[in-house]
Design a protein around this ligand. Sequence first.
Ligand code: HEM
Ligand SMILES: *[C@@H]1O[C@H](CO)[C@@H](O)[C@H](O)[C@H]1NC(C)=O
Ligand SMILES: *[C@@H]1O[C@H](CO)[C@@H](O)[C@H](O)[C@H]1NC(C)=O
Length: 434
Amino acid sequence: MDVGGKFGQSFVGRISAINLSTLEWAFGRHGDIVVALVGIVTGLMFVLLFVTQRKKLRLPQGPRSLPIIGNIHQLGNNAHTFLWKEAKKYGPIMYLRLGSEGLVVASSAEVALEFLKVQDKVWAGRESSTGMDMFTYNHLDIVGAPYGPYWLHLRKICTMELFTTKRLESFRPPRTDEFNQMIKSIMDDVEQGKIVDLAVKLGHVAMNNITRMLLNKRFYGLDASAQHQAYKFQELTSDLPNLATTRSMGDFVPWLKWVIIVSGLKSRMMKVKARADVLLQEFLEVKKNRKIINVKNDDVHYEDFVDVLMAQPAQDGTGHLSDNSIKAVILDMLVAGTDTVSITLEWAIAELLCHPHCAKELQAELDEVVGKDRIVTESDIPNLPYLNAVLKEVLRLYPPLPLNVTHVALEDTTVGGFDFVAGCLQVSVAQIFV
Ligand code: HEM
Ligand SMILES: *[C@@H]1O[C@H](CO)[C@@H](O)[C@H](O)[C@H]1NC(C)=O
Ligand SMILES: *[C@@H]1O[C@H](CO)[C@@H](O)[C@H](O)[C@H]1NC(C)=O
């Protein structure tokens, strides 16, 4: 299945969580003054600190870094491409600096295996940032919780209750419904000679797919439940994923933490977080009340993720998972499970349009396996190797989370003869290639 070569220049690689446009913004507007002032004072100090650290530790090589900001300025919009190129020079374990944090980039299967499998418990910490701390209710979610009893508890709920084959299968009808509604709306647009805005449609399907699973609600399209709520929800989710994953200069350089406040970023985050909290709490309260009514009316209650979460005990095995934990997990899935999916599909269509011979081959496979009389379904997927290859290639070329979710060493460790320290000034963050 040689889709790889056909999609032109191939590249791999990805790292941590920075919204570079925001970095630029925070840095560009207020940063020049900031850097001028703080730079003079701390530049020398930092270089000294860095040099002494380098002496003690055997660190991997990496591209030259500037004082204070390190390599942040080099990452640009296509960080994974930059890292892929640099890794060719510096090898499968490469070291960069993002402000005062160290960044380790793993770029081969063996090295990835060492970080993520052999040493998975060592590299099971998560980075801290203003957005991450705020939107995860201080790491009460799945993505942001460090390895430990709490994360294990959530993980167990996920594997035993949420992401079971049976549960995911029970959400197949709403998923299929969303899919069919999208196809219909595309056909309608085509019939009316309208331009099809696929990005918008894919975004809506991805969001409805997740919210029907989470809350048994859809917030986009016709008959979206409770229009007023839908409006509030749409307003919220337009800012949410970006803000929650934004890391600004102040997150990387402790002395510049105040930039997050001065630039207004923190207050924007706080506003959106407050809106999210109110809306999510409303959902929880409705569910708490409905439970009582249901018991009375002997209704069959359609069980969604939030119902399941609300029925789980807290970490110590007693009582219930706290509202904050549940809200953190909901936010996780809204952030992790929507844009990732729709952006990947958008790139897939874009690449297929640019490579008609691949599109033709894919169409031929679909015609042969599915035929022209019905719509493709989830159960067809294992029988569509070319489709699978196309999607893997798209994820390789356009990883939707190139620098967003990283691993932090919880204790000092050695990988490939190099030393990495936990905590202190130099937090080591590893991100592995796809
Ligand atoms: C194309 C689609 C997706 C991509 C590319 C993607 C990518 C990722 C990546 C790179 C990570 C970090 C893994 C690591 O720790 O090294 C992650 C974690 C996670 N993703 Fe996704 N994801 C996708 C879809 C989804 C969906 C649909 C959901 C759920 C509704 C989801 C929920 C999560 C959660 C809960 C974690 C945290 C796991 C943990 O920390 O234990 N993701 N994802
Ligand atoms: C990941 O980070 C980039 C900036 O590095 C940001 O633009 C993007 O929205 C983030 N992706 C997701 C899915 O949160
Ligand atoms: C719908 O959600 C499921 C479960 O998280 C996921 O596997 C699937 O990719 C999603 N589909 C779309 C179109 O978003």
